[in-house]
Design a protein around this ligand. Structure first.
Ligand SMILES: C[S@@+](CC[C@H](N)C(=O)[O-])C[C@H]1O[C@@H](n2cnc3c(N)ncnc32)[C@H](O)[C@@H]1O
Length: 226
């Protein structure tokens, strides 16, 4: 397994030097502020880069929202580290999602792109997550957080902060990336801890590609106890 990941990493770095792919630039940063500076510049091209690369994880997230009964006019959804609003786009376009969508991200340029997509977001919030969020406890039916449980983005402990915002019986949908060690080990530990404490239960997992950069993602659908 490690050898395979090593091979994938080498291919990935070769592509980086060849294409300047910005997602790889984000990974080569050494701190969160540097990563944010890349998003400042990448924002206008982010959607086309991702579309070129395929958006299958976002489509699957939108399908899960419907599958787990959260697609109705009263549904309240929060997309955390929403970037340019790709999850909201897939929800509205492919699932005819008719509930309320709030989006939150640290990066103004990414949120600006999201705001221009005509997706009828209820709230567009700029906030740097580093602990509890300034939002009402138990107010969302579902929280999504895609592509952001990676180094120099959200610490794995953010899962705990997000669970507090979800209504009893609601869902948290997020992904992790096995190639990003040791970060992913910490994420797995946090998932185990939250399950053993009874704060959530993993009800579904899927292996999917976030982009065509050859790295597999694992998508988790977790339910808060009823
Ligand atoms: C790879 S992008 C993913 C965007 C979107 N979820 C998607 O999949 O298209 C990661 C996003 O996480 C945001 N982000 C990173 N660290 C953050 C933090 N601590 N608080 C809030 N947003 C953060 C970045 O600004 C960026 O928009």
């Amino acid at each position: 397994m490690e050898l395979e990941l090593d091979k994938q990493w080498k291919t990935c770095m070769k592509n980086y030097w060849k294409t300047g792919n910005s997602s790889l630039k984000v990974w080569s940063t050494t701190n969160a502020m540097e990563a944010q500076k890349i998003y400042d510049i990448w924002a206008p091209k982010f959607d086309s880069d991702l579309n070129n690369d395929g958006i299958n994880i976002h489509v699957e997230v939108a399908k899960c929202v419907t599958k787990y009964g959260c697609n109705n006019k009263d549904a309240q959804l929060l997309d955390v580290a929403a970037g340019t609003g790709m999850v909201g786009f897939c929800l509205r376009k492919y699932e005819n999602f008719c509930g309320q969508i709030d989006i939150l991200d640290a990066n103004m340029e990414m949120l600006y792109v999201a705001s221009k997509r005509g997706l009828n977001f209820r709230n567009i919030m700029r906030h740097w997550i580093d602990g509890d969020l300034p939002l009402t406890a138990k107010s969302y039916d579902v929280i999504t957080c895609i592509g952001s449980f990676i180094p120099r983005h959200l610490p794995p402990s953010t899962l705990q902060n997000l669970l507090k915002l979800i209504k009893d019986g609601g869902f948290l949908i997020f992904n992790g990336r096995a190639n990003l060690l040791p970060y992913n080990d910490e994420l797995l530990k946090m998932i185990d801890q939250l399950e053993s404490e009874g704060q959530m239960k993993v009800v579904d997992t899927m292996e999917l590609f976030y982009t065509s950069d050859a790295f597999l993602s694992k998508l988790y659908v977790c339910q808060v106890p009823k």
